[in-house]
Write a protein that binds this ligand. Structure first.
Ligand code: F6P
Length: 326
């Protein structure tokens, strides 16, 4: 959807779980706004900031030195109130009162639903994918995924040292909410014996126990099983490994460590490009869209279309991991 009027004050917020690289996106939005004569407004604590008027004008210096920092300088939150008609009405009123005539919302699907609702009430919005889960269907990439994957790999490499010394089996739970993209990617990177995700049906006997027994037979002494948190089966799998293979088994949940830390170069670059692109779209009169990365290109889609898409686990990546994790 395009409108005639060029925005004069563009709000930017981060919403949902934080992701490394969000700061680089905020910096890019702020600096691009300034470059094009638009006033950038930092909205704090996600959609709560729109409801409560918790925001301030930013300038080029407000975002100095944040590219290398994890988290988000704008704070983030999930905001159930915004999903109510009253919450939405208050947010729209705040935008009108504060003169926000364009909004960039960085987050996941929930964030985009909020952006769509605002757009339907006359506030042009652009969503930017930001979540470590990489579960945003419309985009092949979301800000934070690369850093989170690298952080998890670093942690697991450390674990592998001690597991190897004790000849144990390590069952590692990787974040990802209901999706297995992060677990699969990390599992392939660390050379896991098995990767268990919510999307991929698995048979404990053939996909885990048998592979471990075979590995033992061929002289392997320690094993690494990656489990996506969305399966809800981490402890159960560890117990079954103990019972069926006799291996001493330890469970490690990497948890929120995956969300922190200095963003990778990839996340910083993607975030900077997406932030710049988002501002240009608003200046061109677009609204109610999401910036997406598809087939190596940054582009955009209407939010409704973006939200209706489905993303499967990369079946070929799964096959590679299964076939070489012997
Ligand atoms: O969506 C990002 C994410 O880190 C998920 O991987 C995880 O399930 C969830 O957020 C954890 O949320 P919270 O920080 O609220 O515990």
């Amino acid at each position: 959807m395009t409108s005639e009027k060029k925005p004069r004050r563009i709000g930017v917020l981060t919403s949902g779980g934080d992701a490394p690289g969000m700061n680089a996106a905020v910096r890019s939005v702020v600096r691009t706004c300034i470059q094009y004569g638009v006033t950038p407004i930092g909205v704090y604590r996600g959609y709560n900031g729109l409801i409560n008027g918790d925001m301030e004008e930013l300038n080029a210096r407000s975002v100095n030195g944040i590219t290398s920092k994890g988290g988000t300088m704008l704070y983030t939150a999930r905001c159930p109130e915004f999903a109510t008609p009253e919450g939405l009405r208050r947010a729209v009123d705040t935008c009108r009162y504060k003169g926000i005539d364009g909004l960039i919302a960085i987050g996941g699907d929930g964030t985009f639903r909020g952006a769509r609702d605002l757009a339907e009430h006359g506030i042009p919005t652009v969503g930017i994918p930001g979540t470590i889960d990489n579960d945003i269907s419309c985009s092949h990439y979301s800000i934070g995924f690369d850093t989170a994957a690298n952080t998890a790999v670093e942690c697991i490499d450390r674990l592998a040292d001690t597991m190897q010394s004790h000849e144990r089996c390590s069952v590692v739970e990787v974040m990802g909410r209901g999706a297995g993209h992060l677990a699969l990617y990390v599992g392939l990177a660390v050379g896991a014996t098995a990767i268990i995700t919510p999307e991929q049906p698995f048979n404990f006997e053939t996909d885990v126990a048998e592979k471990i027994r075979e590995g033992k037979y061929h002289g392997k002494h320690h094993f690494l099983i990656i489990v996506a948190e969305g399966t809800g089966k981490t402890d159960e799998i560890a117990e079954r490994i103990r019972e069926s293979t006799g291996l001493e088994t330890r469970v490690t949940i990497i948890g929120h460590i995956q969300r922190g830390g200095s963003p990778s170069a990839r996340d910083r670059v993607m975030a900077s490009r997406m932030g710049h692109y988002a501002v240009l779209r608003l200046l061109e009169g677009d609204g109610n869209i999401v910036v997406v990365y598809r087939n190596s290109q940054i582009m955009h889609l209407p939010i409704t279309e973006a939200l209706s898409m489905k993303k499967d686990l990369d079946a070929y990546m799964y096959r590679v991991a299964a076939e070489i994790g012997i």
